[in-house]
Design a protein around this ligand. Structure first.
Ligand code: ZN
Length: 317
């Protein structure tokens, strides 16, 4: 059996694992990954991979046939260049060639959400027209239209976290716009918005010192108990996400919208989104606006594997 080595740089962790052709994670290990810049991240990738090969080894006793790496930020998957973490941290790095040379197998890299989208297409949906939206600390989406994963002229497509829908919370984004949906429905945004709105609502929510984030578990727990602030924030988030989903549906005409990411895992926001969707607007979304069936904890890892498989087979979605 051929296997694929997969790496997913997610937030402050690096997950490394081996995937079989059906998308099953055969084995995996999670590494801490605190880095300031791309050079720091590459060092962590190389050190962790060294540890993985020494201490976890290969599931079948044979070397994987190829590797895929999912990364935060802007990635040129054709040239294998990791272009930037964000607009302030740009150090174009030919990571795919470096890895391929060092480990002796073909290596491909991609943005983490675009990699997860390939897992959804390969193992879950088999659709040529869908949207995958990741709602985690930040928000991004990938559009597959007519079988093509839209990347854009600068590999910067799908940054819908910085779109604005008709909700005025009065919060300013680091991108310069006001009320970007990421600030209303993303994990980091919930924290910012909670601090901004707390004085205006009756609430039992613990607001921790700056530098620590509001607990989402507590937010959802209090929302279920009818807490004023938490209800407002969950409703704002659902309004923001339903708004962007309907806007995207009108632009790209998908048959399915798949939602993933840590903010979607408990189901509360999903239910609130569904009741806000205008039936006429989403009438052609016959597959529904659904939560991914892939385990959210490893969807990025499976995505890195799926991306390696697509490239290995010469398929580029
Ligand atoms: Zn923004």
């Amino acid at each position: 059996m051929k296997t694929f080595l997969a790496l997913d740089l997610e937030g402050s962790n690096l997950r490394i694992g081996e995937i079989d052709p059906q998308g099953k994670v055969l084995q995996q290990k999670l590494y801490g990954a605190e880095f300031e810049d791309q050079a720091g991240a590459v060092k962590i990738i190389e050190d962790s991979l060294g540890d993985y090969i020494r201490n976890v080894g290969w599931a079948t006793g044979k070397y994987p046939v190829a590797m895929g790496v999912g990364l935060v930020g802007r990635v040129d998957p054709r040239q294998g260049v990791w272009m930037q973490i964000d607009s302030q941290r740009s150090d174009p790095t030919p990571l795919a060639d470096m890895l391929s040379r060092n480990y002796g197998i073909p290596a491909w890299i991609d943005n983490d959400v675009k990699a997860a989208t390939q897992a959804v297409q390969r193992f879950e949906l088999k659709s040529n027209n869908f949207i995958y939206m990741n709602v985690g600390a930040c928000i991004a989406a990938s559009v597959v239209a007519d079988g093509v994963l839209i990347r854009g002229g600068h590999y910067n497509s799908g940054e819908v976290g910085h779109a604005v829908v008709d909700i005025d919370v009065g919060v300013t984004c680091s991108c310069g716009r006001k009320n970007c949906i990421e600030l209303i429905a993303g994990g980091i945004g919930f924290d910012k918005t909670a601090r901004l709105l707390a004085p205006k609502y009756k609430t039992s929510l613990t607001i921790p010192p700056e530098g620590q984030r509001v607990s989402m578990e507590e937010v959802f727990d209090l929302y279920r108990k009818g807490d004023g602030l938490c209800t407002r924030m969950v409703q704002n988030a659902a309004d923001a996400l339903a708004g962007i989903i309907m806007n995207m549906v009108k632009v790209t005409d998908p048959d399915t919208v798949v939602l993933g990411g840590e903010m979607m895992t408990n189901g509360d926001i999903h239910g609130e989104i569904l009741v806000r969707l205008n039936p006429t607007t989403v009438r052609f979304v016959t597959g529904g606006v659904v939560l991914t069936g892939l385990n959210p904890e490893v969807i990025g890892l499976i995505g890195a594997g799926a991306m390696a498989m697509n490239n290995y087979e010469g398929k580029r979605i």
